[in-house]
Write a protein that binds this ligand. Structure first.
Ligand SMILES: Cc1ncc(COP(=O)(O)O)c(C=O)c1O
Length: 425
């Protein structure tokens, strides 16, 4: 591992949490140089919803490369892009009565967010954007301006421009309806909040610590946007692609956002990002918002193949069953260790346990990794342990992973008891 320490920037992160030299991966298992096997409850931070090296995708990509299919095409017309668009319309948009136009942006999630913010400002001719406490929308400058966590923000970056933060659902507990708070700010000409071009929101805050917005809250947010002529942008980069049980995470609330950002699993592990927008918002002049890597044709091939999972309800039904397995297993752990103060939150295939003692989650992740489970932390202080397994994971692997979490809990509790006893004696 010395080469990484010698050559790679200090900014490296996951290599520190999961210090193994990974070599191969299949489905929900990863293998290191020595052939040790790890169960993956992380799924590339939500990029591998369909598992590592999904065989159908690997086959399609090998075939595409073998026949010298276009790999890089800027935004030229290619067969791969045509097939992706056709499949996306047929399988995802049309059955949901969505008539979005599709914009291919630069390859990472933050590119899609930047594009959405820029277009909203252009269309509405207003610069302010409202975002929420604990939000995470990426770390390039525009996206950082709507990302809450102070670990990523610094006053010196000049990130306070043209954005305002308001409390997310449940921020003050169940008693205070944060939509009422937002309404008051928008109605009051003296609130100091300029009428925004858009409100950007995650339906479930992933990096922010698994905060699930209720359906009613999301509906009221959509209503308020319509009432005040504000565009609603749903950032579905982490929670889209089936993560919450339906293809788009906002389906459960019955709302239709003005714009949707998608990335991560849409390319099946290959870089690809898109912005969906209501057709009347597509006010770009040709070439006005461009970028070299907007047409990752290999990702189009992967994506078109993966969208076949949504041809029938079977896949979503399977996800619902696995969701229940996670919820039941994690609830049992929370109940078993009732002396440790923690709360379970989640929906679909995204589950988090928040610990009152923030350092517990990091120690748990470390103990889990020692037992060959990859699971990361989330939240402002890394106080949440976050289960983000692939949607294709087998029930046997879910159970095995949950057993490791249980054993890791036990280990952290024992270690702490020993430390306490040591400091007493
Ligand atoms: C909701 C959300 N938006 C945007 C991003 C940024 O995506 P990327 O890291 O690909 O730029 C992320 C990344 O975790 C995310 O979870």
């Amino acid at each position: 591992m010395r080469i990484f320490e010698e050559m790679e920037s200090e900014v490296r992160g996951y290599i520190r949490s999961f210090p193994a030299l990974f070599d191969t991966a299949k489905g929900s298992e990863m293998f290191d140089e020595q052939g040790n096997r790890y169960i993956d409850f992380f799924a590339g931070a939500g990029t591998l919803n369909y598992g590592h090296n999904n065989p159908a995708v690997s086959e399609a990509m090998i075939e595409y490369i073998r026949h010298d299919g276009i790999i890089h095409g800027l935004d030229k017309a290619t067969i791969a892009k045509k097939q992706f668009l056709q499949k996306f319309r047929e399988t995802i948009l049309a059955p949901r009565n969505l008539e979005y136009k599709v914009q291919f942006t630069g390859p990472t999630g933050t590119n899609a967010v930047e594009t959405a913010l820029k277009l909203a400002r252009m269309v509405k001719k207003r610069s302010n954007i409202i975002a929420f406490t604990n939000s995470y929308h990426g770390l390039s400058m525009g996206s950082l301006a709507v990302t809450g966590n102070s670990f990523y923000r610094d006053e010196s970056y000049g990130v306070r421009v043209n954005s305002a933060f308001v409390p997310f659902d449940g921020y003050f507990g169940d008693e205070i309806n944060t939509i009422d708070y937002l309404r008051r700010l928008l109605e009051d000409q003296s609130s100091g909040i300029d009428l925004p071009a858009a409100i950007i929101v995650e339906t479930v805050q992933g990096e922010g610590g698994i905060h699930v917005a209720s359906d009613a809250w999301l509906k009221s947010l959509a209503d308020i946007c319509r009432e005040f002529d504000i565009l609603l942008i749903i950032d579905d980069i982490q929670m889209g692609n089936g993560r919450t049980g339906t293809f788009f995470s906002f389906e459960r609330a019955g709302i239709t956002p003005d714009m949707v950002t998608l990335s991560k699993s849409i390319g099946g592990g290959l870089p690809m990002s898109i912005l969906l927008m209501r057709p009347e918002l597509d006010q770009w002049k040709p070439g006005e918002h461009t970028g070299t890597f907007r047409g990752n044709n290999l990702a189009f091939v992967a994506s078109a193949k993966l969208l076949e999972y949504w041809d029938t309800p079977d896949f979503a039904n399977g996800v619902a069953a696995k969701s229940q397995r996670f919820e039941a297993g994690l609830s049992a752990i929370v109940n078993k260790y009732a002396d440790t103060e923690m709360q379970l939150r989640g929906v679909g295939m995204v589950w988090g346990i928040e610990f009152n003692d923030p350092s517990f989650a990091g120690e748990l992740s470390e103990e889990a990794f020692k037992r060959n489970l990859i699971i990361e932390t989330a939240g402002a202080n890394g106080q949440v342990i976050k289960c983000l397994a692939a949607l294709t994971i087998s029930e046997a692997l879910i159970d095995e992973g949950l057993e490791i979490i249980d054993a890791a809990m036990q280990a952290v509790i024992e270690k702490r008891q020993q430390l306490r006893m040591g400091s007493l004696s």
